[in-house]
Design a binder for this molecule. Structure first.
Ligand SMILES: *Cc1c(COP(=O)(O)O)cnc(C)c1O
Length: 301
């Protein structure tokens, strides 16, 4: 499955003579949007090859991965279990749009403490899961493993060889690793970290042997899932001027950073940039609930 590229028409691009296109992975699927669809594709096939009928994975309360896996499981007729960080959610998950949707898709939600969550991949814990749910296929938190990277290698197409740079957002780095592997050596892959992670550089090095990439860590807005009024304003303005929605956790931060770098002359005139819209739009509703509580401006849907 291939997604289209939308060429942006913004004054700063004209002024700096930069071509910028967004690869609309957000349009791949209404709920398994963007990179989570890519990351799950070969994992679902593997579960089926192994004749495992239950998928188990881990995630936070607003996780795009949890949302995507619940939907994919429903589509394939597989049972799904989501191990969710935070016991306090146990009696109020109905108010959380991501978890309510996952439940509606048939996912069993199991809430564990933050301390237990840190030990979620210990053998002891996995054995208790097997006792409780039977044999299962384990999908890691965020969905990243070698099969996920293989899926993300399919994001770029031959027509994309014309771009000088490929940009993406980075959580675990699995998507970026796939893009690095499938891009051409003369292209540079630039990843925008969505979190404060000095470890990310090393993580990505473990997932690829290629060298034509760079990690940008200046636009995480104080950490994973953190937003500011300025970021919300940027995302709303971007939607108004281009018609394209961005999510506040990943793609909004990438586009903010990329346009800031363009404005500050980080790229030569004539540079052709392709930025991957990795999706994540299901998270907007949950973010708006948090923004409302803090009396901050809301994201326009
Ligand atoms: C999960 C996610 C990412 C991060 O992908 P990684 O492969 O973990 O780096 C980026 N964008 C969106 C919208 C996501 O949901």
């Amino acid at each position: 499955m291939q997604s289209k590229n939308s060429y942006l028409d913004l004054p700063v691009l004209k002024e700096k003579e930069i071509t910028l296109a967004l690869k609309r992975e957000d349009l791949l699927h209404p709920l398994i949007s963007g990179n989570k669809y890519r990351k799950l594709k070969y994992n679902l096939q593997e579960a089926q090859n192994l004749h495992l009928r239950t998928l188990i994975t881990f995630g936070g309360a607003y996780s795009n991965h949890i949302a995507a896996l619940s939907y994919a499981g429903m589509e394939k007729g597989l049972a799904t279990v989501g191990i969710i960080r935070g016991e306090e959610l146990m009696d109020k998950w109905q108010d959380n749009p991501t978890l309510a949707m996952a439940h509606q898709n048939g996912m069993v939600l199991k809430f564990i403490s933050r301390a237990a969550y840190r030990k979620k991949t210990d053998l002891d814990f996995l054995l208790t899961l097997e006792e409780e749910y039977g044999p299962f296929y384990l999908v890691p938190e965020g969905g990243t493993n070698s099969l996920a990277i293989k899926g993300c290698e399919e994001i770029l197409t031959q027509a994309d060889e014309d771009f000088d740079m490929v940009c993406t957002c980075v959580g675990t780095g699995g998507t970026m690793a796939g893009l690095i592997n499938s891009s051409r050596p003369y292209q540079q892959v630039m990843g925008f970290a969505a979190l404060k992670g000095e470890f990310l550089e090393e993580e990505i090095t473990k997932m690829t042997t290629e060298k034509h990439w760079k990690l940008i860590s200046d636009y995480h807005f104080n950490g994973y899932g953190k937003v500011t009024g300025e970021l919300v304003h940027f995302i709303n303005k971007f939607k108004r001027t281009t018609g394209i929605p961005l999510d506040p956790v990943y793609t909004g931060k990438m586009l903010y950073g990329l346009l800031d770098m363009i404005k500050n002359d980080n790229f030569a005139k004539g540079t052709k940039i392709l930025a991957i819209h990795t999706g994540g739009l299901q998270g907007i509703a949950g973010m708006n609930l948090r923004l409302k509580k803090k009396k901050l401006p809301l994201l326009h849907i």
